[in-house]
Design a protein around this ligand. Structure first.
Ligand SMILES: Nc1ncnc2c1ncn2[C@@H]1O[C@H](COP(=O)(O)OP(=O)(O)OP(=O)(O)O)[C@@H](O)[C@H]1O
Ligand SMILES: [Mg+2]
Length: 512
């Protein structure tokens, strides 16, 4: 499928930023020859980003000149850059040249800085110019001097073909000349969300290219700035939906598949909602096991149980997934969603799908995305984009989601964001009947078809999961408190009589 984020719509040559995410936001990188402002409060990563652009530029065969003005000393700056993976000691002093312009600024003002930069950029044959601390020039300038300085820098870039970066803290209130004159502005924001904070990057403007709008989450790691484009913006231009697939990918459980009209359609998204302990994880393992038996590739993307525990659980259900995992047919990706951005999670899931090309994917669970979302209002659009990407990959997805109600007389049909966006919705719940907790399953939504309105008991056997009969006479099972009619007849169904306090529950290994 096409990734709408990488094809540069303009034919201007691009300068990579050294960050795949930022390059995707800029549709290929910074248009060559422009003057760009990297703006952010102290410590938001401006110098690291500029360093990253420099080293990526050197790696692509370019040469860079890094000018500092009343900023940290070169040795301190290098001490920080040296800790980062992109740092290349051999290039420093040679194809990356550091220059302090503080003296000429103090002695001759903006003119002095410009003369020095003009001389060294030519001497060094630099194709990338960074001016770190450009606010010092603004503060030292009088009248129109600073605007003229910026104009002269732009003229210098034009005559040398170099690309320029200005680094500055944002000025409060008024619009600064560097903001007006720059061809593009990249702003770094440090945002607080209660006890959490997140570094975010926003392209505020960029001439000569389209770019992804909005704020994108950023991590500073040993690899430098890692930028995660906002999923719902990145995939806003939806890929053409894959041809309607006739194939159905079942659970390998006749009763359950019958309830699902034969099983989920290839390329569809099924959301299984259920409270803790209703068997969601097991349902996921069953779904993957059915695929593995048919020789299909499977992916389990889980935020909770680590792979060894999942394989052990599958074993208790009588499903052998270990062999498929060893053979590489089944991939288990364990990604605890702690301290990770929503978009980083989506990237990992989609990258695993693109790499492993599974026929089936289980996401356990969607709650992890909810926990990672610092801005909850994003979730519906985020999930819409994520589901659309999964469909575009042609993978059949089962996404599990915790539903918090345990028991209660009200029977809320929990169609929240995820369920509305899914093709199929399966609802799992536990209910008490004859003094025992039983698990029930109902299909709330079924693609184009009409779901079977029956509520069935979910049973865990030594050979996976299947549904037993429904509870034709039991009322209000969805409320969590099943009742039988006063006659006291056993709950009978088309599948036969459901044993009261039956022994099947004793060997039930299940959990949620
Ligand atoms: N290896 C690393 N892993 C994670 N964070 C790091 C790493 N190295 C540096 N940082 C973080 O990067 C930030 C500093 O980035 P940088 O020096 O680029 O900021 P800046 O915007 O240039 O600041 P100033 O305006 O003060 O010059 C600090 O918050 C620091 O904690
Ligand atoms: Mg800095």
């Amino acid at each position: 499928m096409t990734d709408h984020t990488t094809a540069p719509p303009s034919d201007l040559e691009r300068v990579s930023t050294g960050s795949a995410g930022l390059d995707a936001i800029l549709r290929g990188g910074l248009p060559r020859g422009g003057l760009y402002l990297i703006e952010g409060r102290p410590g938001t990563g401006k110098t690291i980003l500029a360093g990253q652009v420099c080293f990526a530029h050197l790696a692509a065969g370019g040469r860079a000149l890094y000018v500092t003005l009343l900023t940290e000393s070169h040795s301190r700056m290098l001490a920080q850059l040296r800790t980062l993976a992109f740092y290349d000691a051999a290039a420093v002093g040679e194809s990356l040249y550091f220059l302090s312009a503080t003296r000429p600024l103090e002695a001759e003002g903006p003119r002095g800085v410009l003369d020095l930069v003009r001389q060294v950029i030519r001497e060094r044959g630099a194709t990338l110019l960074v001016i770190d601390g450009v606010a010092a020039v603004r503060e030292a300038a009088t009248g129109l001097e600073f605007k003229r300085f910026l104009q002269d820098v732009q003229a210098l870039l034009e005559s040398t073909g170099a690309t320029g970066l200005l680094l500055a803290a944002p000025v409060g209130g008024a619009v600064a000349p560097e903001q007006t004159m720059a061809d593009g502005i990249i702003t770094l924001h440090d945002r607080q969300f209660g006890a959490y904070d997140e570094l975010q990057l926003e392209v505020v403007k960029c001439r000569a290219t389209a770019y992804l709008r909005g704020r994108h989450s950023v991590e500073i790691t040993a690899a430098g700035l890692v930028v995660h484009p906002r999923t719902e913006v990145r995939y806003a231009a939806r890929p053409a939906p894959p041809p309607a697939a006739e194939a159905q990918l079942g659970f390998g459980a006749p009763g359950l598949d019958a309830l699902l009209g034969g099983g989920p359609r290839a390329g569809s998204v099924t959301v299984a909602l259920g409270s803790p302990g209703t068997g969601k994880t097991n349902l996921g393992l069953q779904f993957l096991a059915a695929g593995v038996r048919a020789g299909e590739r499977g992916l389990h993307f889980g935020a909770y149980e680590a792979p060894p525990r999942l394989l052990a659980e599958a074993g208790r259900l009588g499903l052998d997934l270990g062999d498929a995992a060893n053979r590489g047919l089944l991939e288990l990706v364990w990604r605890p969603a702690l301290g990770v951005s929503l978009d980083a999670l989506a990237e990992e899931l989609l990258a695993a799908v693109a790499r492993h090309r599974p026929a089936r994917t289980v996401v356990d669970g969607l709650d992890a995305f909810g926990h990672a979302a610092l801005e909850q209002e994003r979730l519906p659009r985020f999930l819409a984009a994520l589901f659309q990407q999964l469909r575009g990959h042609g993978v059949t997805t089962l996404a599990l989601r915790e539903q918090q109600e345990f028991f209660g007389p009200a029977a809320p049909i929990p169609l929240n964001g995820a369920a509305e966006l899914a093709d199929n919705v399966v609802f799992l719940r536990t209910a008490e009947l004859h003094g025992r907790l039983r698990r029930f399953v109902a299909v709330l939504k079924l693609g184009e078809g009409n779901p079977d309105p029956a509520i069935r008991e979910l049973r865990f056997t030594g050979a996976g999961i299947d549904v037993a009969g429904g509870f034709g006479n039991a009322e209000a099972i969805l409320t969590g408190m099943a009742r039988l009619p006063a006659s006291g007849d056993a709950a009978t169904t088309d599948a036969g009589t459901v044993p009261r306090g039956g022994s099947h529950a004793a060997d039930d290994p299940g959990r949620g």
